[in-house]
Design a protein around this ligand. Structure first.
Ligand SMILES: [Zn+2]
Length: 341
């Protein structure tokens, strides 16, 4: 997803398009539409647009994200307090696909072509096909996000300028890349101090209200820092501040989201540590001594190493200048552009 900074909604990831000359014959229009069906991105990798029906069907297929959903995850997305079954959730999501207009498809194709130029020289283990899905946004809080090999944009997220869209596309593309190459993802997370850890068994008191980021449904990388004089290992987690969705107050999952670093049990790192009273040790990122020194200060999007590195990937590809921690971007470049230097 794209990120929240200073009160703006998170983008589980983060224009006005050129005017399209529409004075085409019906035949030409058909050919144009067909030519948008597959846009080359890198060698052997193409981008394809899905229509409303195909997009909805794709989103309704179970995957790592849907299998990770908690009861709160489902109810907040449907904006109801009651329990929502997995089947009901998938049926709901399937209804939110939208057709791309010809103009949007043409505009987005242009952005993909620009990104293709920027990616020249990088070795990126992407899936052969990357799908683009347009939705109402109501299925996931209006965020841009990814599922399997698809990037999903809400209609609202498409309304941005070309440069912003290139960045958003690159951020989301990173999620598709890391999902397709988990070993590479681990190497990329190691740049900011995260190491592989057994998949977290979410603590039982928080499990019903866990919040799941479609771009990072796993909790299997931990980071060490100092807490109250002790070296601890922790995993970033997301959960709702309340146990039930509040239908009167409403709001999207971003209004309920709490982000904490959960200290792991030293003897059993798949589980959480407990203090003397049996309580979980949940640390705010600003209270984690040494945490920011490891993950760097290039981005405020720090809810998961996947998101922090997605932003650093955007900085690498767009050659962003004057970053507080340029070494993070340099090390990422060395991984993804091994032939250079
Ligand atoms: Zn993201």
């Amino acid at each position: 997803m794209a990120a929240r900074k200073g009160g703006r909604p998170y983008v589980w990831g983060h224009s006005k398009g050129e005017e399209v000359r529409i004075a085409l014959t019906a035949l030409l229009a058909t050919i144009t539409t067909l030519s948008f069906a597959a846009v080359p991105l890198t060698k052997g990798v193409t981008v394809k647009f899905l229509d409303a029906e195909a997009g909805g069907e794709f989103l309704a297929q179970p995957d790592d994200f849907t299998r990770s959903l908690s009861p709160f995850d489902r109810s907040v997305r449907l904006k109801v307090a009651r329990e929502v079954t997995q089947k009901e959730f998938l049926a709901y999501v399937s209804k939110h696909g939208l057709d791309w207009t010809d103009k949007e498809e043409q505009w987005m194709t242009q952005r993909v072509k620009e990104v293709r130029m920027l990616l020249n020289g990088y070795r990126l283990p992407l899936p052969k096909t990357i799908l683009l899905i347009k939705t109402t946004g109501k299925e996931d809080a209006g965020a841009a996000y990814t599922r399997r090999n698809a990037i999903v944009f809400s209609a609202r997220r498409l309304k941005r300028n070309g440069a912003a869209m290139r960045k958003l596309f690159l951020h989301e593309l990173f999620h598709v890349l890391s999902r397709n190459a988990p070993k590479l993802a681990t190497k990329m997370y190691q740049i900011i101090g995260y190491e592989p850890s057994p998949e977290l068994i979410f603590p039982e008191e928080l499990a019903p209200r866990k919040l799941t980021n479609p771009d990072a449904p796993f909790s299997r990388h931990a980071i060490k820092f100092e807490h109250e004089g002790d070296a601890v290992k922790a995993i970033p987690i997301l959960y709702s501040r309340v146990t039930k969705y509040d239908e009167k107050k409403g709001g999207t999952l971003f209004q309920y989201l709490v982000f904490r670093l959960l200290v792991l049990n030293e003897d059993n790192p798949a589980g959480a540590a407990r203090d003397a009273e049996g309580k979980l040790i949940l640390i705010r990122p600003d209270d984690a001594k040494g945490f920011h020194e490891k993950i760097g200060r290039n981005t405020g999007y720090i809810i998961h190493p996947e998101e922090t590195m997605a932003d650093n990937f955007v900085y690498l590809i767009t050659a962003k200048k004057d970053l507080p921690n340029p070494e993070i971007v340099q090390r990422l470049g060395a991984l993804l552009r091994p032939d250079r230097d």
